[in-house]
Structure formats: C-alpha cells, structure tokens
Design a protein around this ligand. Structure first.
Ligand SMILES: NC(=O)c1ccc[n+]([C@@H]2O[C@H](COP(=O)([O-])OP(=O)(O)OC[C@H]3O[C@@H](n4cnc5c(N)ncnc54)[C@H](O)[C@@H]3O)[C@@H](O)[C@H]2O)c1
Ligand SMILES: O=C(O)C(=O)C[C@@H](O)[C@H](O)[C@H](O)COP(=O)(O)O
Ligand SMILES: [Zn+2]
Length: 359
C-alpha cells in the first residue's frame, strides 16, 4: 500500500492499494456517532463491506442510494440528502462517506461542505476517474441549468481510499473514460505517464489492467494522484496554478452540457484536450507532431478525439467556464509536454481552429 499526502487544509492521506477500506474506516473520527454513506447501487457489494466495517467501529450507518451518474449532481438530490441529515440529527462531529464514481464523490463532498457549514467527508472512489481525480483535491459540487459544476465548495476530505480491486466491476467504457484524466495528467505534468501508456497498449483493457497489468495500473494511478496532490497542495482554491488541472475542460464541460451529459466526462476531456492542442498549434505554441501525439495517445486507449456537433452552442457554454475573466475566455494550453499555462483566447481564434480542423 502507498500513502500520498495532500498538504491542503489540515492535510490528508490518499491510500492506494488493493483493498484499503479498513484504512478509510479507521479515519472515522472517534467522536462520530453516525455516518451517512452515499453510494449508488452499482457499488452495493463494497457498500455492504463498508457497513460491516463501520458497525465494527460502533457507528450507526445510514445509506443513501442516489440516482446513477451525472443525474445525481442536482439540487434536488442535495436537498434530499440535507433532509435526511436533518431527520437523522447529524451533528458537526458526524461524517459522510462518498462511495462511487466522481459524480457521487462530488455530490457527497458538496453535501458535507454545506451541512452545518461543513462536516467531515471520507472519499472512497470506485471508478478510475474518481480515483485519479474527482475524489482527491477537495473540489465538490453539483450542476445547474446554467452549467456544469457551477454550484460547489472547496472542502478537503479527511482521507481518501483507493482500492484498485474495486475496478474489477467497472465497465470497459467507464474505465477508458478514466484514462482520459490520467493522460491529461501526463500532458500537463508527468511525461512518464504518457510513456507508460505507449509502452503498455493493453492498458486500455480493464481486465488486463486489473490482472496481469495491475502493477502498471497502480503506478499510473499513483502518478496521476501525485500530480493532483502536488498542484492542490500549492493552490487549493485555484487562484492560479490549479487551473492546469482543467486542461481540456473548457470545451469538455460545454460538450457534456450540450449533449445532456450523454458524453462521459473523461471522453469529453479527451476531445477537449485534442482541441486545446489544435488551438495551441494555431496560436504557435505547439507543433503538428505535438497535436498528433495527443490524437494518437487518446485514441490508443479507445477515447474520442473530435466532436461533430456545432460549435456555436459550445462557445456560448464556454462563457460560463470558471476560468473566464469578465468576457475574456481563457484556455489551459501547452507550450510542450509538462508546460501548461492559462491563456486568454478570442472567440475568433476558437472558431478559426474549429473550422480548420473540419476543413
Ligand atoms: N471534483 C473534482 O475534482 C472532479 C474531477 C474530475 C471529475 N469530476 C466529476 O466526476 C464526474 C465523473 O466521474 P465518473 O466518470 O466516475 O462518473 P460517475 O460517477 O457517473 O461513474 C460512472 C459510472 O460508473 C459506475 N461505477 C462507479 N464505480 C463502479 C464500480 N467499481 N463498478 C461498477 N460500476 C461503477 C457509476 O455508478 C456510474 O454509472 C463528473 O461529474 C465530473 O465533473 C470531479
Ligand atoms: O481539480 C481540479 O481543479 C480540476 O480542474 C480537475 C478536473 O478534472 C475536474 O473535472 C474538475 O471538477 C473541474 O472543475 P471545474 O472547476 O472546472 O468545474
Ligand atoms: Zn475532469
């Protein structure tokens, strides 16, 4: 087992191992008398294990089963959770456990951040995407009709437990979507991630990755978490540096919203990162080879690299992006692998690149 420490707020450990549920349960504060477990039906087997472990600790556990996927990141689900916390008389010392994919850890974290102005949350990610990204770093939130993740709070967890064995029940498509965020980390801060993926093409196959390739998968997960931990430890509230974790997300969030969340987050990040590379090439920061590298690596793991819908509604949605300053759109662009920065981009430049790639 490996422990990666995030130095934000009080600091917290991220446990990475085959099965680290016990380590997470050990972090339930000793004065907590109850725990709210937020977990979708897809991870019921792990939820049962957590219930047994919590019972052994003498805490009362209530489980809330949200709708699956992005549909749970809504105000009405958050309200149901607040009502449940009130009904069960949850106090400041009690905690929430978010068990599931990134949608669940975002929701559970947001409810923990807002109940009584903030109670503890333990994050137990079960999708690859949540392991390498969503459960770590303290960004929590829900969506609104105005856009994705527009309502939320920074709320660091007490601890995060990444049990690699959880991935054995994850679908092939969800697993590949998680690789989108892993590759993003490679481009912004760790070229070894890109090398590992190129050297191990079978990594795209979740069965291979969780059996024969388990050591490589574990290294990829740990490296991606290290990237996130290093950035978040320096800039928890995204005053600058943290924006690099948003590589590919300006377009990705617009595509997710426009497609009514039928495009997976990790798939949208792959499309958005390739577009960011094309934009960087048009603006003179990257070469054609760099753009090819983006297309090849994302498509090598079965991720999409382009989007066929119209650009106008996407451009409109991009103006709700949190990196926007006033009316000025900003993109995270690369000047090379491991060289990200946040750059103001005109709508004309976006339209030109979009038109060029469809020529
Ligand atoms: N807070 C952050 O820093 C951050 C970072 C990245 C992404 N996100 C958010 O995370 C969300 C995407 O996360 P996601 O891709 O995990 O989506 P998700 O939570 O919708 O999970 C994807 C699907 O996999 C299922 N699933 C999860 N674990 C499983 C398992 N072990 N076995 C079987 N099925 C399982 C889920 O029930 C769901 O159907 C988006 O809302 C995105 O905005 C947040
Ligand atoms: O942790 C961050 O910071 C990120 O930007 C990580 C992203 O992968 C993640 O999707 C995040 O939720 C996006 O945040 P947002 O502030 O653009 O909504
Ligand atoms: Zn993301």
């Amino acid at each position: 087992m490996q422990i990666i420490t995030v130095h934000a707020d009080d600091g917290y450990p991220v446990f990475v191992g085959d099965d680290v549920l016990t380590q997470v349960v050990d972090y339930i504060p000793s004065n907590a008398s109850q725990v709210l477990l937020v977990a979708p039906r897809a991870v019921e087997t792990i939820a049962e294990k957590l219930q047994t472990a919590a019972a052994a600790r003498g805490v009362r556990l209530t489980q809330f089963i949200p709708e699956d996927g992005e549909a749970q990141k809504t105000l009405s689900t958050a309200e149901s959770l607040w009502n449940l916390l009130g009904e069960k008389r949850f106090g400041r010392q009690d905690v929430i456990i978010g068990l599931g994919g990134g949608a669940t850890t975002d929701l559970a974290g947001f409810v923990a951040a807002t109940w009584m102005r903030g109670i503890g949350v333990l994050q137990v990610p079960t999708s690859l995407l949540a392991m390498v990204d969503a459960a770590v770093g303290g960004k929590t939130g829900i969506n609104s009709p105005a856009g994705k993740n527009l309502i939320g709070a920074f709320h660091s967890p007490i601890a995060v437990g990444i049990s690699i064995s959880a991935l054995t029940t994850l679908s092939a498509a969800e697993y590949r979507a998680g690789l989108g965020e892993v590759i993003k980390c490679g481009f912004i801060a760790d070229r070894k991630i890109l090398n590992l993926i190129v050297e191990n093409p079978l990594i795209k196959d979740v069965e291979w990755a969780t059996e024969v390739g388990k050591d490589i998968l574990t290294e990829l997960i740990s490296r991606a978490v290290e990237v996130k931990a290093t950035v978040v430890s320096q800039d928890l509230k995204e005053t600058g540096l943290r924006e690099i974790l948003n590589y590919g997300h300006t377009l990705a969030h617009a595509i997710e919203k426009y497609s009514n969340y039928t495009v997976r987050h990790g798939e949208a990040v792959a499309i958005g990162s390739v577009f960011a590379a094309e934009l960087a090439q048009d603006l003179g920061y990257l070469s054609e080879n760099d753009v090819d590298q983006h297309r090849k690596i994302f498509s090598s793991v079965g991720l999409p690299t382009s989007w066929d819908g119209p650009i106008e509604p996407l451009l409109d949605a991009m103006y709700s992006d949190k990196k926007t300053h006033g009316s000025q759109l900003r993109f995270v662009l690369l000047e090379g692998v491991e060289k990200p920065s946040s750059i103001e981009v005109s709508p004309d430049a976006i339209l030109r690149t979009w038109a060029g790639r469809h020529a």
